[in-house]
Design a protein around this ligand. Structure first.
Ligand SMILES: Nc1nc2c(c(=O)[nH]1)N[C@H]1C(S)=C(S)[C@@H](COP(=O)(O)OP(=O)(O)OC[C@H]3O[C@@H](n4cnc5c(=O)[nH]c(N)nc54)[C@H](O)[C@@H]3O)O[C@H]1N2
Ligand SMILES: Nc1nc2c(c(=O)[nH]1)N[C@H]1C(S)=C(S)[C@@H](COP(=O)(O)OP(=O)(O)OC[C@H]3O[C@@H](n4cnc5c(=O)[nH]c(N)nc54)[C@H](O)[C@@H]3O)O[C@H]1N2
Ligand code: SF4
Ligand SMILES: [Mo]
Length: 701
C-alpha cells in the first residue's frame, strides 16, 4: 500500500520505497522517510526513518536497497533518535552572561540573537573589513547543503567579503600527496576490491571507521584475497586481517620504497603499464637502489622477513588494491607518505587491472557545482584563505585580525591541534563568537551566541560519501526539536536581519530554498548526461554518480613536488618528533562509539563506553612503573591530559601509545602542536611525542 499521510514534498521517495520493498509496509499510521547519515564517515549511509501518526520519529534503520549501506547502520548511529532527544540538546538560542569559557548563558529569542549578530557583523565589516570575519565550519555534518560546504552561509559570508575558510582538518595532506603521483585520490572504485587478490589496508581502520567497506573486503577474501593491514596500532581491523604489519609511525614511505625495491627485484614491475602511463620510472628505480631490505627493516622497526613476505605476496598475488586511510597522513610528512605509497600501485600497474589500484577518497571523482551554490562572485573583491588547522595562529596573529568568527558544526577546542591554544585564542575579549551546534560543547562555552541547529532527520539535505559512488537525498522526517533551525534557515533569517543595515541582503539569492541549492549543486553537464537531476534524486533517495576517470598518468618523479618542497623523488623523511627513551608516539584514533566528537558528550555515550584509556605495551608500562587501570597524566611541553592506563601488547607497539580522539572531557590534542603538514596545511596529530607518568608523580607536581 502506498502511504499518503506524508508531509508535503516528502512523498515521492517514500512511494518508491514502498513499491520496491513491500515488506517495509507496516501500519496505516506509520510512514517511512528516506534520508542519509550526515556524519563525516566514509560510508555515507542511506537511512529510513519511521514516523508515527503524531509526527514522531520512532525508528531508524539502514536502507537495504542502497548497495553500500545494504541494510545496517552502525552502533554509533543506531541510537540517533535517542541522541536527538537527549536532555542536553540545545533547543533555544543562548546569549553569554558569564565569562568566556565558563558556559553561563541566558535564553534569548531568534529575533534578538540574529539582529544583534547582524549588527555586529556589519560593524566588523565597516570598521575592519569583511576579511575580519571567519565563517569557520567543521565536519559535524558533511552534507552538501547544510554541512561543511554550507552554501547558504557561503552566500551571505561572500557578500560580506568574509575570509575564505579552508577545511584542512581531515584529509588534505593525502590529497596533495596523491596529486603529485596518481593525480587524484580515487584510483579505483572501492566496490571493485572484490576482484583484488592482495588488499593493503594502509593506515585505515576499516572495521571501525568504514565498516560498510568491510563486506567487500570479505568477499574478496572468499575469492582468495589476502588482507594485509599496515598500521602501528593493533586495531580491530588488524586483528581480523591475514597479516598485520605494525610499522613505526611515520615510516610508511620507507616501507613503500622497500616494497617497491623488492617487487622490482622479484620481477613484479608492470613494464607495459609504466611505458604507457608512467613518467620518471628510471629515476625512481635509481632511488630504489638505495632501499635495501636491511635499511627498510631498520627504518620501519620491522623484521626483514615480514617486509619480504608482503612483497612476495604482491608479486605472486594478482590485482593489488590499496585502501589508503586518513590516519597515515596525519603526520608532518603525511603528503609525502601518501605520494610514496601510491608508487607501489604505480610500479605494479595495478591501476590498469580490475580490482587493482589505490583509493583514498571517492570524493574528487565528480564535482558538484559548488560555485553555483556558494556564489563566490558575490565577494566585493579577492579574499584571503584561512586554514582551520591554524585557528590559534590566525586568531592571535592574522593581519587584518579576526574580529568575528561564526563556528558551525565544529568543536575546535576538542578537535583541533593545541587545545590550550584554542581555548586561549577563543578567550579574546574583543573577539565576537557565534557557535551553531546541536549540543553544548567545550567550544560553545566560548561563544557570545549559541544557536541551536536541527539534526539531519529534521532538515533537508544532500549527502555524498568518500567511499562510494552514490549521491544520497535526505528528506526531512520530523519537525525540528524545540526552536532548532537548519543552517539554511538560520542564514535566510540572518540575511533578513542584515538587510536592515545593508539593502544588498534583501536580494532573493539569500532566501534560496534547499531545493534551489540542490538544483544549483546538480547543475553540471556530467550529471545531466547520466540523468542525475534533482527530481530523479529526490524520487529515488539515492543515485549512482558518474563513473570516475581512470588513472591515465602516473608520475614517479615530480617537478611540482620539488617546487613545493617535497623533492623531485618521493624520498622518505620520517617523523619530526621521535620517541626517545621513555617517550611515546601518541596516536589518537577514531572511537568505536562516536564519530569525531559527535555524541561523545552525552551521558548515554559515557554510560556505554566509559572514558577512553591510553593503551601501552607491558614492557613500556613496566619501565615507567605503570599498571593496568592506573590513573596517569599524559604530557609534553605543550599540554597534558588525564587518562587510565590499559596494558595490551597486541594493541600497542613499544614506543607507541594509543587512545581515541574526540572525548571532550579529555583533551588529547592539548599535547598536539599546531603546525602545517608538508601538503595543504594538514594537521600533524600523530607526529606527537608524549610522556606518561602516574598521576600525582613528583615530576609533575
Ligand atoms: N588527535 C586527533 N584529533 C583529530 C583527529 C585525529 O585523528 N586525531 N581527526 C581529525 C578529523 S579527521 C576531523 S574530520 C576533525 C573533526 O573535527 P570537527 O570539525 O570539530 O567535527 P566533529 O567533531 O565531527 O563535529 C563538530 C560539532 O558538530 C556538531 N554537529 C553535529 N551535527 C551537527 C549539525 O547538523 N549541525 C551543526 N551545526 N552541528 C552539528 C557536533 O555536536 C560537534 O560539536 O577532528 C580532527 N581531530
Ligand atoms: N567509529 C568512527 N568512525 C569514524 C570516525 C570516528 O571518529 N569514529 N571518524 C571519521 C573521520 S572524520 C575520518 S577522517 C575517517 C578516518 O578513518 P581512517 O582512514 O581509518 O583513519 P584513522 O582512524 O584516523 O586512522 C587509521 C589508522 O591509521 C593508523 N596510523 C596512525 N599513524 C600511522 C602511520 O604513521 N602509518 C600508518 N600506516 N598508519 C598510521 C592509526 O593507528 C589508525 O588505526 O573515519 C571516519 N569514521
Ligand atoms: S556513521 Fe558511517 S557507518 Fe554509521 S550510519 Fe553514518 S555513514 Fe553509516
Ligand atoms: Mo575526518
Amino acid at each position: 500500500m502506498l502511504v499518503l499521510a506524508i508531509r508535503g514534498g516528502r512523498y515521492a521517495a517514500v512511494a518508491i520505497l514502498y513499491r520496491t520493498r513491500p515488506e517495509l509496509e507496516h501500519t496505516d499510521l506509520m510512514h517511512d522517510v528516506v534520508g542519509a547519515c550526515p556524519l563525516d564517515c566514509p560510508d555515507g549511509c542511506s537511512w529510513i526513518v519511521t514516523v508515527n501518526d503524531d509526527g514522531k520519529a520512532v525508528k531508524l534503520r539502514g536502507n537495504s536497497s542502497h548497495p553500500f549501506t545494504d541494510g545496517g547502520l552502525c552502533k554509533k548511529v543506531n541510537p540517533w533518535l535517542e541522541f536527538a532527544e537527549d536532555p542536553s540538546r540545545l533547543l533555544f538560542p543562548l546569549k553569554r552572561v558569564g565569562a568566556k569559557g565558563e558556559g553561563r548563558f541566558e535564553r534569548v529569542t531568534w529575533t534578538e540573537a540574529l539582529s544583534d549578530i547582524a549588527a555586529r557583523l556589519i560593524a566588523v565589516r565597516d570598521h575592519h573589513g569583511g576579511e575580519s570575519i571567519w565563517p569557520y565550519t567543521g565536519t559535524g555534518n558533511v552534507g552538501a547543503i547544510q554541512g561543511a560546504g554550507l552554501p547558504a552561509g557561503a552566500r551571505v559570508m561572500n557578500a560580506l567579503g568574509a575570509s575564505n575558510h579552508k577545511g584542512t582538518i581531515c584529509s588534505v595532506s593525502g590529497h596533495v600527496g596523491l596529486s603529485y603521483s596518481q593525480g587524484f585520490a580515487n584510483g579505483m572504485d572501492p566496490e571493485d576490491v572484490v576482484h583484488a587478490k592482495t588488499i593493503l589496508l594502509w593506515g585505515a581502520n576499516t572495521l571501525v571507521t568504514s565498516q560498510h567497506f568491510w563486506p567487500f573486503v570479505e568477499r574478496a577474501r572468499e575469492n582468495g584475497a589476502t588482507v594485509i593491514v599496515v598500521d602501528p596500532v593493533g586495531t580491530r581491523t588488524a586483528r581480523r586481517s591475514d597479516q598485520h604489519v605494525a610499522l613505526l609511525p611515520g615510516s610508511d614511505g620507507a616501507l613503500a620504497l622497500t616494497l617497491c625495491r623488492l617487487v622490482r627485484d622479484l620481477g613484479g614491475v608492470d613494464q607495459s603499464w609504466i611505458e604507457a602511463h608512467g613518467h620518471g620510472y628510471e629515476d625512481f628505480s635509481g632511488l630504489l637502489d638505495e632501499w635495501t631490505l636491511e635499511r627498510g627493516a631498520e627504518a620501519c622497526g620491522l623484521p626483514p622477513e615480514e617486509i619480504r613476505s608482503v612483497a612476495t605476496r604482491i608479486v605472486e598475488g594478482g590485482p593489488l588494491a590499496i585502501k589508503l586511510g586518513q590516519g597515515m597522513q596525519r603526520h608532518a610528512h603525511g603528503a609525502q607518505a601518501a605520494r610514496t605509497v601510491s608508487c607501489l600501485a604505480g610500479i605494479t600497474g595495478s591501476f590498469g587491472q580490475k580490482g587493482g589500484g589505490l583509493v583514498y577518497s571517492t570524493g574528487p571523482a565528480y564535482t558538484l557545482n559548488t560555485h553555483a551554490a556558494r556564489r563566490p562572485e558575490l565577494r566585493p573583491g579577492p579574499v584571503r584563505d584561512l586554514a582551520m588547522t591554524r585557528l590559534v595562529d590566525v586568531l592571535e596573529q592574522a593581519d587584518p585580525g579576526i574580529e568575528a568568527i561564526v563556528i558551525s558544526g565544529a568543536n575546535p577546542v576538542v578537535s583541533n591541534p593545541d587545545s590550550n591554544g584554542v581555548k586561549r585564542a577563543l578567550s579574546r575579549e574583543d573577539l565576537f563568537t557565534v557557535a551553531i551546534d546541536v549540543y553544548p560543547t567545550p567550544t560553545t562555552n566560548y561563544a557570545d551566541y549559541v544557536l541551536p541547529s536541527t539534526l539531519q532527520h529534521e532538515q533537508v539535505e544532500m549527502n555524498d560519501s568518500f567511499s562510494h559512488y552514490y549521491l544520497n537525498w535526505n528528506n526531512q522526517a520530523v519537525e525540528p526539536a524545540g526552536e532548532a533551525l537548519s543552517h539554511t534557515e538560520i542564514y535566510r533569517r540572518l540575511a533578513t536581519a542584515l538587510a536592515e543595515h545593508d539593502p544588498m541582503f534583501a536580494d532573493a539569492t539569500f532566501q534560496a530554498t534547499e531545493e534551489d541549492y540542490a538544483r544549483a549543486l546538480l547543475d553540471t553537464e556530467r550529471f545531466r548526461e547520466i540523468g542525475l537531476t534533482f527530481e530523479a534524486l529526490r524520487d529515488r533517495g539515492f543515485m549512482r554518480l558518474p563513473e570516475p576517470a581512470p588513472v591515465e598518468r602516473f608520475d614517479f618523479t615530480s617537478e611540482r613536488a620539488e617546487a613545493d618542497g617535497l623533492g623531485y623523488q618521493p624520498e622518505w623523511r620520517g617523523t619530526k618528533e621521535s620517541a626517545r627513551d621513555g617517550a611515546y608516539q601518541l596516536i589518537a584514533n577514531g572511537s568505536d562509539w562516536f564519530v569525531n566528537t559527535v555524541f561523545s558528550q552525552t551521558a548515554k555515550t559515557l554510560g556505554r563506553t566509559g572514558e577512553p584509556p591510553v593503551v601501552v605495551t607491558a614492557a613500556d608500562a613496566e619501565r615507567d612503573g605503570l599498571e593496568d587501570g592506573m590513573a596517569v597524566v599524559v604530557h609534553n611541553d605543550r599540554g597534558s591530559f588525564a587518562a587510565q592506563v590499559r596494558i595490551d601488547d597486541w594493541a600497542a607497539r613499544p614506543g607507541v601509545a594509543t587512545i581515541t580522539k574526540g572525548w571532550g572531557a579529555q583533551l588529547v590534542n592539548a599535547t598536539v602542536r599546531e603546525e602545517d603538514s608538508d601538503g595543504g596545511q594538514g594537521a600533524v596529530y600523530h607526529d606527537n611525542v608524549v610522556m606518561i607518568r602516574p598521576a600525582g608523580s613528583p615530576a609533575l607536581t
